[in-house]
Design a protein around this ligand. Sequence first.
Ligand code: ISJ
Length: 406
Amino acid sequence: MSSTLQTQQTGQALWQAAVQAGYPAAIWRLPNHSERELIIDASGTVSTVAMDFEELPMGFAVSPFINPDAEQTLFLKADFYWRFDENGTILAAEHKHTDKHPALDALFHPAPATARKETIPAIQILGPSGEQQAQFEKTVAQAIRQMERGKFRKVVLSRTKTIQFDEQPDVLMLFNRLCKAYPNAFVSAVYLPERNQIWLGATPERLVSMDTDGIFRTVALAGTQSAFDSEGRPKRPADAPWTQKEIEEQALVGRYIIGCFKKIRIREYIEEGPRTVVAGNLMHLRSDYSVDMQAVNFPQLGTVMLRLLHPTSAVCGMPREAAQEFILQSETHDRELYSGFLGPVNIFRNEGPESHLFVNLRCMKLEGQEGTLYAGAGLTEDSVPAKEWRETELKCDTLLSVVTKS
Ligand SMILES: C=C(O[C@@H]1C=C(C(=O)O)C=C[C@H]1O)C(=O)O
């Protein structure tokens, strides 16, 4: 490890160097943490792996929505790893390669980082059109009819919103703004050179976490309302009114998780909630589940549960197969990595490795100057099409308000 590197590089310069040289890179900040972590895969390509926490090295996983048994998961190896504090001071660094690696030239002697643009480039909203809104609402009505006929009980329908930046946005600046705006979200930016994409997001939904103490965690998150009242004042979470539709919708996600525990005969889980949680401009209902993996003597619990859980009924529906079929038939866009999962795997912190996978929500795919925002809404028999559209608008705003405000 080079000492020059430790003192002179900043997250900004390293990220820029990786992107300019075409090396896969991921930067993230865990919920309620201040440290940022950055990895670079020096192979230059992202591999496709089966998600197995016991087998995988230290890295960052990214999964598409469609990923049966999590066997087609993209994986960025942590050939280079740094941890920074809020001000960019390096707290820890770990490198698998020596000074001979060609990646080093690009990373450690980068072209001077272009001056930080303090202002965000202007954007134009390219879509959706009124026609797309009408189409979305028509599909909601179709889903309601199918649910009335008993085809499925819940389905999550999504849509996109396309924006065009007037010039290339500074991704690290947007990342830092998201970290500041949403302290309790998982904030990340992932550069995938083969796809020529950067995915940026601030998600409120944990899918599978395992900390150094061997505690497994997951959540049931659903139900959405604005975090502000009609006069724009923040609502008190404890006073948030939830309708029967939303309570039922969240309960379905919880039941699905408990069903997964039952399948593998885990009875010793702790369930807390549901309670109202704030996620930026929104509020949701959330129940938390945890299992002490040592106490149940089940070290593979994370891997097994991930395969059973994804995609949960928070992003797909229930029963899963029928809901997924409806999504694939009715949505007019490819979800790609939206509503998949992403996060650090086997990152060594303190005493041992930790893994934290989140559902890829409140995210934007950036291709050059074009950004695609994704948002979905959980539909049940009691859904009202116009309200579901409004909900997806609010979900797009979580990211949009941060990437456009100057
Ligand atoms: C599907 C999304 O969010 C999910 C759906 C929710 C809902 O239907 O109320 C709430 C939180 C998330 O589990 C999204 O943000 O795109």
